[in-house]
Design a protein around this ligand. Structure first.
Ligand SMILES: Cc1cc2nc3c(=O)[nH]c(=O)nc-3n(C[C@H](O)[C@H](O)[C@H](O)COP(=O)(O)OP(=O)(O)OC[C@H]3O[C@@H](n4cnc5c(N)ncnc54)[C@H](O)[C@@H]3O)c2cc1C
Length: 421
């Protein structure tokens, strides 16, 4: 590390990885383990990306801590990786083999002395919506981003914090770890190559005005279902109807909610069918007698994921309806009616459900000028595989894919990036 003449800190490394999800952490540690100096930039307060928000993940239905914990342990033990959380790449100049990158770091307002004792959050008088739980829970203004956070440090949301006029967290912290005067910073990083592992976000279900999300409390999305089923989620892993915390007698999964639709996402997001079938197993575990209805165009479960589909089909109370859902309506007691054309029988189906789960697709974070470089993209905003000039996209920044493929993709991109001179 050195200064850059303007007073900002300057770092050099072989590789910069932007995005600290499963793709970015895998890329960073694979490069570090072959001896390459790597800088990992994550925009959130902790690493892990969206895998951390899953309850379990297929194919083995293990908890997200599984694969990520291994990555975190490898990163912790390897001094070749340097991590900056709350960081975003703002500018890239130079060329292949000699890039200069400006990274904006937001202040955490909590220093490395934090031991995650939670005394600050106990004292904090302000609450905020918890984005990790898609707004279904609240945190205090000073909070631990999630129970598996790496780094395991609190952070303050200054949009809601009352600052020094309150100062209760400062007064109660026995480790002197709160610094409300912490400043934003721009650092300069000089690297030979860059990996973009910026991942995805769920399609905005409010745009699907026939499906009732945002209007009816018991219409939720697939990513929200993961949090409802997660032990560290808003309902401590008990799947409940948001309207009345009631149980489930009948549930409908609406596949391709906005996907393969020219008006929304024209492409298939690849993982949603397997994700919904996984969620069918969450429901069955908690509600042995519930009726489960899956509305689909085709079930797409390539390779080993077909095993999940085969197993679910053995369940006599899981009903597959081939047909796109036309509408979801609310009736008495916040119950729902799902209307779809059954394309096998040619009839109109109306199904009552206590809860409806919309399987929304994956939208690349690299879409619409969100990255500070003009990388080649497809018509949907995914980065083209192969990259350009020593810059490579990996994981779901390139196309929708499941974790095991993400890991292979990230490892492959590292092989290319470490050859850049
Ligand atoms: C409902 C659902 C269930 C799923 N279940 C499974 C499952 O059971 N098994 C499975 O294998 N897959 C599953 N998936 C797919 C899985 O979530 C993805 O494969 C995985 O999240 C991809 O990881 P990633 O690192 O590419 O992206 P992400 O997880 O999105 O991580 C990207 C990271 O980059 C950061 N970032 C973004 N922009 C920037 C920037 N400009 N600068 C710095 N950082 C940035 C983000 O904050 C994030 O931390 C599921 C998907 C859905 C929708």
């Amino acid at each position: 590390m050195s200064g850059n003449g303007n007073g900002g800190r300057e770092f050099s490394a072989d590789l910069l990885v932007a995005g600290g999800g499963i793709a970015g952490t895998t890329a960073a540690i694979e490069a570090a383990e072959v001896g390459k100096q790597t800088i990992l930039i994550e925009k959130n307060p902790c690493l892990g990306g969206r895998v951390l928000q899953m309850s379990k993940y297929f194919p083995k239905l293990c908890p997200p801590s599984c694969g990520l914990e291994i990555n975190f342990r490898r990163i912790k033990q390897n001094s070749n990786v340097r991590i900056f959380t709350l960081g975003e790449v703002k500018e890239v100049s130079g060329e292949k083999g000699n890039y200069e990158v400006k990274v904006a770091l937001k202040p955490r307002y909590v220093t490395g002395k934090c031991t995650s004792c939670n005394l600050c959050a106990d004292e904090c008088p302000v609450s905020r919506k918890d984005e990790f739980n898609y707004g279904m829970k609240e945190t205090k203004a000073v909070y631990l981003p999630n129970p598996m956070a790496y780094p395991m440090k609190y952070v303050i949301d200054m949009d809601v914090c009352e600052g020094e006029s309150c100062g209760k967290c400062v007064a109660v912290c026995p480790y002197d770890a709160i610094d409300l005067k912490m400043q934003a910073e721009i650092i300069t990083v000089k690297v030979k190559s860059i990996i973009w592992a910026t991942g995805w976000k769920p399609y905005d279900a409010k745009k699907l005005d026939n499906l009732g999300f945002g209007d009816y409390p018991n219409v939720i999305t697939n990513v929200m279902m993961e949090r409802l089923a997660a032990e560290d989620g808003p309902t401590e892993g008990k799947i409940k109807r948001p309207s009345d915390s009631g149980g489930i007698q009948s549930i409908a999964f609406v596949q391709c909610a906005g996907s393969r639709d020219e008006n929304h996402l024209p492409y298939c997001s690849t993982v949603c069918c397997a994700a919904s079938l996984k969620q069918v197993s969450y429901v069955r575990e908690q509600f042995p007698y519930a009726e489960i209805h899956v509305f689909y165009i085709d079930i797409r479960t390539p390779g080993r994921l077909e095993d999940i589909y085969m197993k679910i089909q053995e369940d006599e109370k899981v009903f597959f309806h081939r047909g796109k859902v036309a509408k979801v309506e609310e009736v008495e007691n916040n119950n729902l009616i799902v209307t779809a054309e059954d394309t096998l029988s040619g009839t109109l189906t109306k199904q009552k459900a206590d809860l409806v789960v919309l399987a929304v697709g994956l939208v690349p974070n690299s879409k619409n000028g969100n990255l500070p470089v003009d990388l080649p993209k497809d018509e949907f905003g995914f980065l083209l595989p192969g990259g350009r000039d020593g810059m490579f996209g990996v994981g779901t920044a390139v196309r929708p894919m499941e974790v095991s493929t993400v890991n292979q993709d990230a490892t492959g991109a590292v092989l290319k990036s470490i050859q850049v001179r």
